[in-house]
Ligand binder design. Structure first.
Ligand SMILES: CC(C)(COP(=O)(O)OP(=O)(O)OC[C@H]1O[C@@H](n2cnc3c(N)ncnc32)[C@H](O)[C@@H]1OP(=O)(O)O)[C@@H](O)C(=O)NCCC(=O)NCCS
Length: 166
């Protein structure tokens, strides 16, 4: 293929982009949420997070929602509350893209740490976070209800955020 044709083809490809989550996104968000978790967040939980001003971003490829995250700013830390990628789009690096966006935003607000809890049995997520640089620093016994009165432990993970060069 000639270079001009290759450039034209590349320019015609839709680019993935991040945008603040809004109530209008919630049908698409809930579709992923319900396919991602045994105990998914409800529409009400997302709406409450948006109304409370939590940091929530959606990652889009044209009209397709690839994934999203919701995070809460604390004193010196940002707490990642939810992160999911659409099942058909996994293992393509999109969760890393979402985490990088979260890190950048957290650094801009002078946060020192990212924190999260993850189900002890959630191997994909624990591997993702470890590979990204998070350390496993604690265990919350029986933190997640998993139905029929049973509970699963949460692993507490943290990532120190280097200061952005000024
Ligand atoms: C966990 C999750 C967000 C990962 O999304 P993803 O877009 O597939 O992740 P990435 O493609 O960015 O993967 C980055 C790295 O994480 C690790 N990883 C991701 N999924 C993995 C899996 N199923 N098994 C093992 N390692 C995995 C790998 O090291 C991967 O790098 P590699 O593909 O080069 O080996 C996704 O599986 C998901 O939405 N799960 C359901 C919701 C959930 O559990 N969220 C986390 C709650 S704390």
């Amino acid at each position: 293929m000639r270079q001009a044709e290759m450039l034209a083809e590349a320019a015609a490809q839709p680019q993935a982009g991040l945008a603040a989550m809004t109530a209008a996104d919630l049908d698409a968000v809930l579709e992923i949420e319900q396919r991602s978790y045994g105990q998914p967040w409800s529409r009400r939980s997302f709406l409450d997070s948006l109304h409370a001003g939590y940091h929530a971003q959606c990652l889009w490829l044209a009209d397709t929602l690839l994934g999203y995250f919701v995070a809460l700013r604390g004193l010196e830390e940002v707490h990642l509350l939810n992160l999911a990628v659409a099942p058909d789009w996994r293992r393509q690096g999109w969760a890393r893209v979402l985490l990088e966006a979260l890190v950048l935003r957290a650094q801009r607000t002078d946060a020192r740490w990212l924190w999260l809890e993850v189900r002890a049995g959630n191997r994909p997520a624990r591997t993702l976070y470890r590979r990204f640089g998070f350390a496993e620093v604690g265990l919350r016994k029986g933190y997640y209800p998993v139905g029929r009165g049973r509970h699963e432990d949460a692993v507490l993970m943290t990532l120190a955020l280097p200061r952005e060069p000024s």
